[in-house]
Design a protein. Structure first.
Lengths: 354, 496
């Protein structure tokens, strides 16, 4: 692996000041974030393999290019999982790409986000420095938490050579319940339930149906299911449903020509907008998906007004803004962080700093 | 290598002129500049390190905080933010030419929203006060450092504080949604969001645990969780520390994440029992506390499974708390371990390394060896579930040389933590205390990157300078000192 890292370092240093590089693991999320058509791919998929995994330590360390499927299969053999259910979007998805994109799936509601599980990284930055931050232990406050900074940084700071993640035992029992209700009723119900000691894992509403995923100790799941009622989805149907949500395969995510898919991250108690009955609601109200004609860019402001933020996730962008704007002081800090790790701007502009 | 900000910082005014400036900004009762009164602020919970600041400011409003920051920024006067001063690493140690910015009077709970399960508080609010305010709604704030009666949320954010329940419920970084505050220059900033995430880089993650070096936080919004319906605790005894350590790994291998999983060695057990009479078995080489929380059915199931594992792992005795009173008694001893150490010894020095759980036995044997080498006793308490160790080195500061021996003993433990694949600090922070050991854990380029992160937030370098991240010069000096003891050479470091 050292030879691969050396070669990547040479490629980065050689490109500095000449051209930009887009870090590419499996290419499964290459459409995510802003696009930088001039950047050339820097292939890192060959940095592959699980470095250390001891189930009783609850930590897995892998090279960044390790297929996500390989990581998940190994964990499943030991009845463990990545509780943030990272989306794959293609079989080629890698663990480094999952971390760089920072994306979490439906179980983020009950179990936390990807960034909550990042314990450490080893990175190659834009100056060719190989740096290790964090580590392989659960509690670590030595130095700034730079490993979490790399989560969701979209390859703009450096190549994730290795990553250590906290993993957890698979919940012994799961159950999926379905209820008919309006979007507003669902948002109200999600928030009421989340304030009670229930084994909630995932909560989705779409087209008049609220779907609740429970996961936890057998006794707790049984008791909650009995109390909550609703229609119980058969195990296989439930598995397919949650995978479809994680991979965005439901029709709510299918775009027509000229449409944009909006991702709205909102305070979970935000009431439904009257003109957004067609939204798909995830994370118990905290995440909402909307398809709208490309010309409608009101959502940046509407999400901001309620304390959230919008993103043009996919579809026609016509060169417009992708991510919500940040404040002036935050932008200045971000620009200086970018300059610290990538002073020549060698990495593709997937997360614009404007 | 770039010069570090703290090397070049020196105020452009005299102490007298600075105090005169402060008097224009704040009422007299919000300022301390008299030497006798300044003594109260000369150290935090780590009293071995003391320094008198130029002045202490106790603002009552955000406007005053901004005015203070702008003034200090303009005059290049270092600012050391401070909460309740309970920190254990000297993070709030004053700068000898600086201002201590106490946020203790910003102590209001600004909002508590039971529907959204959030509380928005000022930094001087005490950790436990949030859970007390949330209790009527069946909610609580999960991170529970042992000092939670006194420590403030602002301090918790600065240190990324943990507690005995963080294996299951996370650290401060997992339980804070958003902070609002000011840069060193006094510009307003917001990190994080009330939504599940925020656009751009995760500046919230950098701010949490930054030891007051990146920004001054004036408002914190935390997540509140539903209080578990019930909790029960197992007290288990083992005739060797290694067997207890194996039991910890076996519980986790069983797929159980206990709400709390703590270990005490015999010395700590005896000291705690003598202090609070928790009913601990005094013959045991190690005692484990294993807590389960949740619904009554869930807890019963988990307690039975943990009991079976403990039995299999050779527990010589184990019992389950019969009621809440007994559960709290089991915990009382563990939570009082530090004061208990204070009763058996004039002074004690608390360490905070984290190691992979599997290395626990090796670490304990090494500590026993170090006790002989340094001629000092050490009591061991651990957050065993997450590998976070708190060895308490007993010494008498009035005996010449004992503090120096305790400090060297502690340094050995921390450096062994790094060699075993762990870290020099799990939850207490680097502060002033572990700054030398940072040279062991990080390479020169990594330290340089940390300084660049610092400069991204605070280009002038006025916030808590000289803490947490050692200069390369310091590391070279430290390397020379340690090499002379035949350990840990720093071959790659330039010598200045």
């Amino acid at each position: 692996m050292n030879a691969i890292v050396d070669r990547l370092r040479e490629q980065v240093l050689e490109a500095c000041g000449r051209r930009r590089l887009e870090i590419r693991g499996g290419g499964s999320k290459s459409w995510y974030g802003a696009s930088d058509p001039e950047a050339e791919p820097l292939e890192v998929g060959m940095l592959s393999g699980i470095i250390r995994y001891e189930p009783s330590e609850l930590v897995l360390t892998a090279y960044g290019g390790t297929p996500l499927a390989e990581v998940e299969a190994l964990l499943a053999q030991h009845r463990q999982w990545l509780p943030f259910s990272p989306p794959h979007f293609a079989d080629s998805a890698t663990i480094g790409g999952a971390v760089a994109s920072g994306l979490s799936g439906p179980t983020r509601w009950g179990h936390g986000a990807l960034r909550d599980y990042v314990l450490g990284v080893r990175v190659l930055d834009g100056q060719g420095r190989v740096l290790r931050f964090g580590g392989e232990v659960m509690k670590n406050v030595a130095g700034y938490d730079v490993s979490r900074l790399f989560a969701g940084s979209l390859g703009t700071l450096g190549v994730i050579l290795e990553v250590s993640l906290k993993v957890l035992p698979l919940p012994p029992a799961t159950r999926t319940l379905r209820f008919a209700c309006s979007q507003d009723e669902a948002i109200e119900r999600f928030n009421r339930l989340a304030g009670q000691p229930l084994p909630l894992s995932a909560g989705v509403w779409w087209q008049g149906e609220m779907t609740l995923g429970l996961a936890g100790a057998r006794a707790a799941v049984e008791a909650a299911a009995t109390r909550l009622g609703g229609e119980v989805l058969p195990e296989e149907a439930a598995r397919v449903f949650w995978e479809d949500v994680r991979e965005q395969r439901l029709p709510a995510w299918k775009l027509q020509e000229g449409e944009v898919l909006w991702r709205l991250a909102l305070p979970p108690t935000t009431p439904a907008w009257a003109d957004a009955e067609d939204a798909l609601v995830e994370w118990g109200g905290g995440l909402r998906w909307l398809r709208r004609p490309a010309a409608d860019d009101s959502w940046f402001e509407r999400a901001r007004a309620v304390g959230g933020h919008a993103m043009r996730w996919r579809g026609a962008r016509t060169g417009g803004r992708v991510f919500a704007p940040r404040g002036a002081a935050e932008r200045a800090i971000e620009a200086r962080l970018k300059a610290a790790f990538d002073p020549d701007g060698v990495f593709a502009r997937r997360l614009p700093l404007e | 290598m770039a010069e570090t900000p703290s090397d070049s910082l020196s105020p452009t005014v005299s102490r007298e002129a600075f105090v005169a400036e402060l008097r224009r900004l704040l009422p007299e009762d919000a300022l301390i500049h008299d030497e006798a009164e300044l003594r109260a602020y000369e150290c935090d919970g780590l009293s071995a390190f003391r320094e008198l600041p130029w002045a202490v400011a106790l603002p009552r409003s955000e406007e005053e905080v901004v005015a203070l920051l702008q003034t200090c920024h303009r005059l290049r006067v270092p600012v050391v933010p401070r909460g309740a001063g309970t920190g254990l690493s000297g993070g709030a140690l004053p700068h000898p030419q600086g201002l201590v910015l106490s946020l203790a009077r910003l102590n209001r709970i600004l909002a508590l929203d039971p529907f959204a399960r959030t509380a928005t508080v000022q930094p001087g609010v005490r950790n436990l006060a949030i859970s007390e305010a949330a209790a009527p709604y069946g909610l609580y704030y999960a991170p529970d450092p042992s000092s939670q009666i006194a420590c403030t949320l602002g301090g918790n954010v600065a240190e990324n504080s943990g507690g005995v329940h963080c294996l299951k419920y996370g650290l401060t970084v997992h339980n804070v949604l958003r902070v609002r505050g000011y840069t060193a220059a006094g510009e307003p900033v917001v990190f994080g969001s009330l939504a599940p995430d925020a656009p751009g880089y995760d500046l919230l993650a950098l701010a949490i645990g930054s030891e007051g070096m990146l920004a001054v936080v004036t408002e914190i919004t935390v997540k509140l969780l539903p209080r578990p319906q019930t909790a029960r605790c197992i007290l288990a005894a083992f005739d060797s520390v290694r067997a207890a350590g194996e039991a910890v790994a076996a519980i986790i291998a069983e797929g159980i994440i206990p709400a709390g999983l703590e270990m005490m060695d015999q010395g700590a057990t005896i000291a705690a029992e003598d202090f609070v009479h928790a009913g601990y078995p005094l013959q045991a080489a190690a005692v484990l506390l294993c807590e389960s929380d949740g619904t009554p059915e869930e807890v019963e199931e988990e307690i039975a499974r943990m009991g079976a594992v403990l039995e299999r792992c050779g527990a010589t005795e184990w019992r389950v708390s019969r009621d809440e009173e007994e559960r709290l008694r089991f915990w009382a001893g563990r939570k009082a371990a530090f004061p208990a150490a204070g009763r058996v010894s004039p002074d004690y020095y608390c360490m905070d390394g984290t190691i992979p759980r599997k290395a626990l036995g090796e670490m304990l044997e090494a500590i026993a060896e170090m006790e002989r080498e340094y001629g000092l006793r050490c009591l061991n308490v651990f957050h065993a579930g997450d590998g976070n160790l708190h060895p308490l080195i007993l010494f008498d500061a009035n005996q010449p040389g004992e503090w120096e021996r305790a400090e060297a003993f502690g340094a050995d433990i921390l450096e062994l933590s790094v060699r075993l694949g762990g870290t020099v600090t799990g939850e207490h922070g680097v502060g002033m205390e572990k700054i030398n050991q940072m040279c062991v854990q990080f390479s020169p380029v990594e330290l340089e990157a940390f300084f660049q992160v610092k400069a991204a937030f605070d280009p002038a370098g006025i916030l808590n300078p000289g803490k947490a991240i050692p200069t390369l010069h310091r590391c070279a000096e430290y390397g020379r000192m340690r090499v002379s003891r035949g350990k840990l050479p720093f071959a790659e470091l330039p010598r200045f």
